[in-house]
Design a protein. Structure first.
Length: 145
């Protein structure tokens, strides 16, 4: 009896995962320019999409890695991919490399929600800028073209 329930749960999870993959594959791949427009029009929680970006800048902190479409990350036409610690560790374990070094100067596709975030600058007395961001929590969200 327990085995049958576990089997049904497993089957339900596979169906759910398949539906998510089908939904993601149905999304149009947007360029950086299109991504910026989508972010500007997005509701506060963001808009789901798949985005094509050439990584022109990268920055590492202890908790996240930033992959930027522009060398000037504060520019309004920049899209920043924020890779969480969990995804950084997944990537390093699977490929034996750091994600920022691997994707630097490469074209990537990123699946996730894009939105404009208000970013405060550390040590600049309350100064801030707005940044178009896509958060990556799993390496399944990011691919090399």
């Amino acid at each position: 009896m327990i085995q049958k329930k576990t089997g049904l749960i497993g089957l339900s999870l596979l169906i759910l995962i398949a539906n998510v993959e089908i939904a993601a594959s149905d999304l149009k791949v947007s360029s950086v320019e299109e991504a910026v427009v989508i972010a500007q029009k997005a509701p506060p929680e963001g808009t789901k999409g798949v985005f094509r970006i050439k990584v022109r800048g990268a920055y590492r902190t202890p908790k996240v890695i930033f992959l930027n479409s522009s060398k000037k990350f504060r520019e309004q036409d920049n899209v920043t991919v924020v890779v969480t610690r969990a995804a950084i560790l997944q990537f390093r374990e699977k490929y034996g490399k750091d994600i920022d070094e691997y994707f630097y100067h490469k074209k990537i596709t990123v699946a996730g929600k894009i939105k404009v975030e208000k970013v405060f600058e550390h040590g600049h007395d309350g100064q801030y800028f707005f940044n178009n961001r896509i958060w990556v929590t799993s390496i399944d969200q990011i691919k090399n073209l």
